[in-house]
Each structure stands twice: as structure tokens, then as C-alpha cells.
Design a protein around this ligand. Structure first.
Ligand code: BES
Ligand code: MN
Ligand code: ZN
Length: 495
């Protein structure tokens, strides 16, 4: 899809020949005497339309405009959330029409903020994305051209660039997450990372089973050992600032298929476990956007990727494995595999002396029960880091919610045969998973995003959402570089 932003008002926008125009307006839109403003003013005055988000009025070839269809869409006070709602509602109304929309004009009236621009563009992209990778007769996206009209386009050019980069990142994440597991193996993910590296100049290293074993990653290796697909450990390094600046490390869970292993999952909906690499996909998406935006920060991406399969060689319930940290782990349930691959990646992250480490994982069904698909679960060992992630979630409209990490929750992980067990009981399942990870993340400020409920949708709209690429990018872009020497540890970094 081709995006453009034009510094024109409603008068200018009405002259553009297009298949459809969406006019999103806030309560503070400036009423002009152009034809679109007049339609809008009349509709509001006659009580045919309201400014509330979700309220729409559709017009067919309105007098004085060059568009086939015009949708007037209220966006309330003009917050990012309201704009997102308005655009989604307008596109839903448009797509029920008979004629395909190839060229769309999007006018933002009284919405000259970066948040509104980003929300509008990401909402159009989200609504029009089409998966094609494994279709024999791919019918791609029908929308070819999006023209955003905003009188203040010049001042908001950086926000526009940000929005298109986020879209590119979200779409790469969706693409890999949606691919079935036989088209998205650990090796395929490594190839995707290498391709990204070639296109952007971002450094990429890929380790295989032997190198991972040599590093002492006995926990990650144990999960991978039941599969015919060899594991891959992907290391991406984006350097936008001097080497003396401590990087932020992102760790993405890359289970390309989760059968549960010997603790086999039930058959129903097991296909959705192809999405168990959405954390990894979100890391790839973030690096795609970093490659476009080139911010002055350093970021490392770590992706442990493997399948979780039942086999004669699989790790068994009760097996004790030794992690890279030296801690031994009793694998009481082979279906709690995400934490077993993440813990070794968290230990590996220490070598970067990071300012912060954030892991992203479709980690627990319990998190889906706790928070559903609205907010991702967020755990943080550090209050400042938690605040940054919450704020990024708000600004990107990719929400998260802080969950507790009281030490009392770790009681459930006690083992008679190893330093720690990989599962607690059913109570607070998302929290005990985070408490397990925290044991391996004590050398730096650390946060964990459990995206099990937010990374994909089930049912008729089954498919990846691209979350939390938006949150992570806003989080990274809000950072001020921090020199290595001053990089703080979880204990001494003050809120
Ligand atoms: N990938 C799953 C978590 C998951 C399940 C995400 C369903 C989204 C929907 C993870 O590896 C897993 O199986 N977790 C177990 C942990 C349990 C064995 C302690 C779970 O949540 O049931
Ligand atoms: Mn599992
Ligand atoms: Zn899993």
C-alpha cells in the first residue's frame, strides 16, 4: 500500500478523485465554507450525525466533491483511541459496499496531533491487511493508495514517518505470526532475520544447536530436543548510538509450534499454537521499524526459536535440566516450555550490560483468563521501567497492565529435586511464570510482557494482531541514551 500525506484542507481534499473519502472530525474541527464542511455542518445541525466515536453518515457522490463515497465519522474529543474507533467504524461501513476501494482519501479535521495521525494510519492498515503467503491464488489488499489530508502535514511529517514505520513493523510481525508452523520453522525465522539484516544493515547472527549447547543453554536445548527441526538462536543488533550507550534488549519467545510436548495439549484449537512465536515476530517487526526510523539508540533482539514436540527424545516430566545460569530446573510440565527457552536467553542478555531487558511471550493461558484480549500482562522488577511501558501502551494504543511480582508467589515453584520447578499450580499462573523468569533476570532492570491474550484473534477473524510492536516502538523511541557506565541494576535504579 502506498501512503501519502498532503498539506491540504477539506476544500482541497474534496477535489481529489477517489473511490472513497473518510472525513474524521473532532468536536473542535474548524468549520470552513468548503463543500465538505457544509455537508458536515448540515448533518450535525439536522441531527443526522453526532461527534461521538463510532457515529457515521455515508454520502454517495456528494455535490461538489470528486469522491464516489464520503463517510463522515465522529471522533469525539480527538484522542488516539477515538480516532482509531472512528476509522475502524468508517472502514467497516465502506467495505460492505459493492465496489472495491483502491484509492482512499482520509481527512483529519480538528485532529492535528501526532497521536491522531498515527492512530488513523495504523487503523487503516490494520483493517485492510490481507494474509496471502500460503494461498494458491493470492488476493492481496484491495486498497492501493491512502492519501491523508491534513493542513498541518508539514509539522507532522515525523509523526507520519513514525506511523508508516510502525505499520511496516506490524505487518512483518503479522506475516510471520500468521504463517503455519510448516512455513515458519526456526530456520525460516532465522532466514527472515537475515533478510531483514541485509535490507537494513542491522547486524544479525544465528546460532544452531551445537553453539547453543556450548553456551550451556541446557534448558533451551531440552525443549528443542524432541523436534526434527533444529533450534535457532537469533541475535539482532541495531546500533543507532555510540557503542558506549547501553542497549535495550528485547527477547521474543519463538516457539514455532507448541504441542505441549509429552504433557500433550488437547486437540481442540491446537492449530493456534502456531502463534506461539508471536513474541519473536514482534521483535522482528520492531527491528523492521528501527531500520526505517534509524533512532539514536542501541537495541539488541534475542530470539530463541524451536518447536515443542512429543518424541522418543523429548524432555520428560520430572527431568532436571541445567540452565545457562547454572540453576537446575525440574521440568514438571513440558507444556511450560516458553519459560524454559526464555530463561537461557535472559542469561545470555547479561553480556550486553543492558539498560533494560524486556521479554515478550505468549506465555500463559492464565494471562488470557486474567486480562482477555484488551491489555497485555506486564511485569516489571523496576517501577520506572513499568511506567515507561504503561505510557508507551497508552500512546501507541497497544495497552498493557501491570501485574504483581510479590516473592510469596514464588513459593509455588519449589522443587524437591532441583533449584526450581518450571510450574506452580493453577492459581496465579501468569504470575508464577513471571516469577520463574525473574530468577534469571536479576542483573538488570527487567520487564516481561505476557501477550497470550493480545497477540492474535481466534474465531472467524483468526489472525495475528501485530501487538505489541506499537507499544515496544513507542517505548524505545521515548528513551534517552544512557551510557554503559551509568547503566543501573534492578536494585539501584530508582523510580
Ligand atoms: N503457549 C502456551 C500459552 C498459551 C496457551 C497461550 C493458550 C495462549 C493460549 C504455553 O506454552 C503453555 O502451554 N502454558 C501453559 C502453562 C502451564 C502448563 C503451567 C498454560 O498456560 O496452560
Ligand atoms: Mn506450552
Ligand atoms: Zn508455549
Amino acid at each position: 500500500m502506498n501512503f501519502e500525506i498532503k498539506p491540504i484542507d477539506l476544500g482541497g481534499a474534496a477535489q481529489i478523485h477517489s473511490d472513497a473519502t473518510i472525513l474524521v472530525f473532532s468536536s473542535s474541527y474548524p468549520a470552513g465554507d468548503d463543500v465538505l464542511s457544509k455537508h458536515l455542518a448540515r448533518a450535525l445541525k439536522d441531527g443526522q450525525l453526532d461527534v461521538k466515536p463510532g457515529k457515521l453518515l455515508a454520502l454517495f457522490r456528494p455535490e461538489g466533491t470528486s469522491s464516489q463515497r464520503v463517510i463522515l465519522a465522529g471522533a469525539g474529543e480527538g484522542s488516539a483511541k477515538e480516532v482509531k474507533q472512528a476509522v475502524a467504524a468508517a472502514w467497516n461501513a465502506l467495505k460492505t459496499g459493492h465496489a472495491p476501494i483502491k484509492k482512499l482519501v482520509l481527512c483529519l479535521a480538528g485532529l492535528a496531533t501526532g497521536g491522531a495521525v498515527r492512530a488513523a494510519i495504523t487503523a487503516v492498515a490494520d483493517a485492510t491487511y490481507v494474509y496471502t503467503a500460503t494461498k494458491s491464488k493470492p488476493e492481496g489488499r484491495t486498497l492501493e493508495q491512502l492519501i491523508v489530508c491534513l493542513p498541518q502535514a508539514r509539522e507532522l511529517a515525523p509523526e507520519f514517518k513514525h506511523a508508516t514505520a510502525v505499520v511496516a513493523g506490524i505487518e512483518l510481525a503479522k506475516e510471520w505470526a500468521n504463517r503455519p508452523a510448516n512455513h515458519a520453522t526456526p530456520s525460516h525465522l532465522a532466514q527472515a532475520a537475515r533478510k531483514l539484516s541485509k535490507e537494513t544493515g542491522i547486524d544479525c547472527q544465528v546460532l544452531g544447536p551445537k553453539e547453543v549447547a556450548k553456551l550451556g543453554m541446557g534448558s533451551f536445548s531440552a525443549v528443542a530436543q524432541g523436534s526434527d527441526q533444529a533450534l535457532r538462536f537469533i541475535v539482532l543488533s541495531y546500533q543507532g548510538a555510540s557503542k558506549t550507550h547501553a542497549p535495550t534488549v528485547l527477547v521474543g519467545k519463538g516457539i514455532t509450534f507448541d504441542t505441549g510436548g509429552i504433557s500433550l495439549k488437547p486437540a481442540a484449537e491446537m492449530d493456534e499454537m502456531k502463534f506461539d512465536m508471536c513474541g519473536a515476530a514482534s521483535v522482528l517487526g520492531v527491528f523492521r521499524a528501527l531500520g526505517e526510523l534509524r533512532p539514536k539508540i542501541n537495541v539488541v533482539g534475542l530470539i530463541p526459536a524451536c518447536e515443542n514436540m512429543p518424541d522418543g527424545r523429548s524432555v520428560k516430566p520430572g527431568d532436571v535440566v541445567t540452565s545457562m545460569s547454572g540453576q537446575t530446573i525440574e521440568v514438571l510440565n513440558t507444556d511450560a516450555e516458553g519459560r524454559l527457552i526464555l530463561c537461557d536467553a535472559l542469561t545470555y542478555a547479561e553480556r550486553f550490560k543492558p539498560r533494560a531487558v524486556v521479554d515478550i511471550a505468549t506465555l500463559t493461558g492464565a494471562c488470557v483468563i486474567a486480562l482477555g484480549s484488551v491489555r497485555s500482562g506486564m511485569f516489571a522488577s523496576n517501577d520506572a521501567l513499568a511506567q515507561e511501558l504503561l505510557a508507551a501502551g497508552e500512546s501507541a494504543q497497544d495497552l498493557c497492565w501491570r501485574m504483581p511480582l510479590d516473592d510469596d508467589y514464588a513459593e509455588a515453584l519449589k522443587s524437591n529435586f532441583a533449584d526450581v520447578a518450571n510450574v506452580g499450580g493453577r492459581p496465579a499462573g501468569a504470575v508464577t511464570a513471571a516469577k520463574f523468569l525473574q530468577r534469571f533476570a536479576d542483573k538488570y532492570p527487567w520487564a516481561h510482557l505476557d501477550i497470550a491474550g493480545t497477540a492474535w484473534k481466534s474465531g472467524a477473524a483468526k489472525g495475528a494482531t501485530g501487538r505489541p510492536v506499537g507499544l515496544l516502538l513507542d517505548f524505545l523511541l521515548a528513551q534517552k541514551p544512557l551510557p554503559v557506565a551509568k547503566a543501573q541494576t534492578a536494585k539501584n535504579r530508582k523510580a
